[in-house]
Design a protein around this ligand. Sequence first.
Ligand code: PLP
Length: 386
Amino acid sequence: ANGCADRIVRMPESGIREVFDKAAQYDDIADLSIGEPDFTTPEPIIDAVDERVRAGATHYTPTAGRSDLRESLSRKLARENDISVDPESEVLVTPGAMGALFESIHSLVDPGDEVVIPEPFWPNYHGHVASAGGTIVPVETDRKDGFVPSPDRIADAITADTKLLVLNTPSNPTGAVIPQATLERIASVVDEADIWCLVDETYESLVYDDREHYSIASDPALFDRTVTVHSFSKAYAMTGWRVGYVSGPSHIIDSIRVLQEHTVSSVAEPAQVAAMAALESPELLEEIRETFDRRRTLMVDRLGSVPGLSPVDPAGAFYVFAELTGTELDSRSVVMRLLEDEQVAVVPGSVFGESAESFLRLSYATNEATIEDGTDRMRRVFESFS
Ligand code: PLP
């Protein structure tokens, strides 16, 4: 249309945008829709960047990223994820997890390929798969299983055209953390079907209670068919720096490198030294995780007193997925009512897939006062439904 190439026209706009645009009309918004920490990047990271930029970190770097950063990343992957990579050829620094996912999907998916994804899922995968010419095959997950995907259902969704399985653990929007035992069963399915696996571990450091994050690529049988995506955005409150990384077998990382060479050249060097500083301050991870854990408890507690809304206790990430139990309205209509009546912004479940129509996604990445105010406003609107 109007000269635009098909592969761009095919990319749908995220439904989250509609909430954003409508919320922008109001002055006094209680925003429970945002997907980023409300606080500024911690001081030790900013101080280190200040010093290193003054000392000359202002240049082009190798496409895959500074070699000292890639070495630090390979040590982190070994320590935290039990994934062993060669820093020269098996890890590459990207503009956020977003860049890593786009580049990975474009390096793996050809027109006509099917991509299996457990639903509900983050809507940006639609844009990445559609622009590569692939088709998403959603696999339903259930609330009663904590939205953990079933290995049998994944196996049933695989056809001769399937190229790739995309996993996201911990999950945006449900907060599901896929346990190691389930990931081991999924690994057998992937191996037997001879397909690829792309795992989005953007929220890996945000897991709660006694749960543990497990990386499927730590299974040596899976490493050669798995691409793993990580990010500094959520773990270190670094969304605006745009830095993430991708690891996997060298021929795929090399194809991602070529794609990145022709698009972004490399990640901005100041952002790369910020990532170095973050890796040098591992204590920040636990401080940030504890902050979100407190907010999680507060939000789930407060939602308990909202009639007609049944929250799922999140295992990870910083969202509560909450089921609409007392209204016939669809999730988008509820979201519009919340905005119009009380100026509280949340995201409709429908954005994350048809099977999530009766849910809302609320973010607790915001401060305690906004969580309290926002949930009060929600209670008033929900009381008016009954
Ligand atoms: N993956 C998921 C599941 C996300 O929720 C997000 C951000 O909201 C991203 C990836 C992108 O993160 P980044 O800021 O690293 O690009």
